[in-house]
Ligand binder design. Structure first.
Ligand SMILES: Cc1cc2nc3c(=O)[nH]c(=O)nc-3n(C[C@H](O)[C@H](O)[C@H](O)COP(=O)(O)OP(=O)(O)OC[C@H]3O[C@@H](n4cnc5c(N)ncnc54)[C@H](O)[C@@H]3O)c2cc1C
Length: 281
């Protein structure tokens, strides 16, 4: 566990929202914006979802009080999607409404494929009530081109990611080259027609292609943003911000850090090998 917490420390701001605010202040000092995520997912107890709502409301107040530049990100299963759609939507609505009064923005993270349709439907419904909500879409899913078309039509802002969950080959591209090719195609569609799309990747080939494509199509720098995760490619984050691009870093905090840390660990062979080597040393 101590080895895992060593990794967690790299990727996670700390256990409390005060820790998250400190991390955001540091990022803002380098000209980088943030989106704060309170870690938690697959909650099975309705009372626990109320605690999550309370935490997010407190977080929105604290972002205001500390006068830091940060939106928030959340997972619908943290708010009860595993219990009932109605509960999750009501909880999300409460948070988005508070964010609206604080002139802030809420991004719905995208989770495993059992929740994709429900998350897209909810994003569309919530966006019809509140303009300050957007959603993430995963390029490894074969369905994502049609989800992106729908979200563009509805005017919902998309954060494009490659995808972090294990999915079966019937619904997801298996080869990295196919995931990357789909990412590039969806990214270009969003850059041309999307509402303030977020190109969320650490893949420098795709980032350079986004820059080239935006220049070629006269898409101004303030029409889109780059997003990366806390602790990954910090030099690149600063370089892009210096060049005048909007860069937003995802800042997770909270006690429930294990699933998030394991996903980060699994993304890079070197991370995984480091842990295995140290376990067997
Ligand atoms: C802002 C943001 C929000 C996200 N939200 C979601 C979401 O809602 N749903 C979802 O399924 N996924 C989400 N993800 C995760 C995403 O799906 C990928 O799993 C993750 O970003 C790694 O893919 P990549 O695009 O960086 O490309 P990759 O091809 O995986 O990585 C490109 C390069 O980045 C570096 N890198 C990547 N990951 C790591 C790591 N863990 N540690 C160290 N270096 C690394 C390496 O140098 C690697 O060669 C999000 C990612 C970002 C940046």
């Amino acid at each position: 566990m101590s080895l895992l917490s060593f990794f967690a420390r790299r990727y996670i701001a700390g256990e409390t929202r005060k820790d998250a605010i400190v991390a955001v202040k540091r990022l803002n000092g380098s000209g980088i914006l943030a989106t704060i995520d309170n870690l938690g997912e697959n909650v099975k107890d309705a009372a626990e979802t109320k605690e999550s709502v309370k935490e997010y409301l407190g977080l929105l107040d604290e972002i205001n009080e500390a006068d830091v530049n940060s939106t928030i990100s959340l997972k619908l299963t943290h708010l009860g999607l595993d219990i009932s759609g109605e509960l999750a939507e009501k909880n999300a609505g409460t948070i988005i409404e508070r964010a609206r009064t604080r002139k802030n923005f809420v991004r719905l993270d995208m989770e495993g494929s059992a929740f994709t349709q429900k998350t897209i439907d909810m994003a569309v419904r919530l966006h019809r009530l509140y303009p300050n909500v957007g959603v993430a879409v995963q390029s490894y899913l074969k369905r994502s081109a049609s989800d992106v078309d729908l979200l563009i039509k509805e005017g919902v802002s998309v954060r494009l990611v490659k995808g972090a969950y294990k999915e079966p080959p019937e619904i997801a591209f298996e080869a990295k080259s196919d995931v990357d090719r789909n990412y590039e195609a969806l990214m270009k569609k969003l850059l041309l027609d999307g509402v303030r799309p977020a190109v969320a990747t650490h893949d420098e080939k795709l980032i350079n292609e986004a820059i080239r494509f935006a220049e070629e199509n006269n898409i101004p720098k303030d029409r889109f943003e780059f997003q990366m995760l806390l602790g990954i490619k910090r030099t690149l984050q600063k370089k892009l911000a210096k060049e005048g691009y909007t860069v937003r870093v995802y800042v997770p905090y909270g006690k429930d850090w294990l699933p998030y840390t394991l996903r980060r660990l699994g993304e890079r062979k070197e991370n995984f090998l480091f842990v295995v080597k140290n376990i067997f040393d």
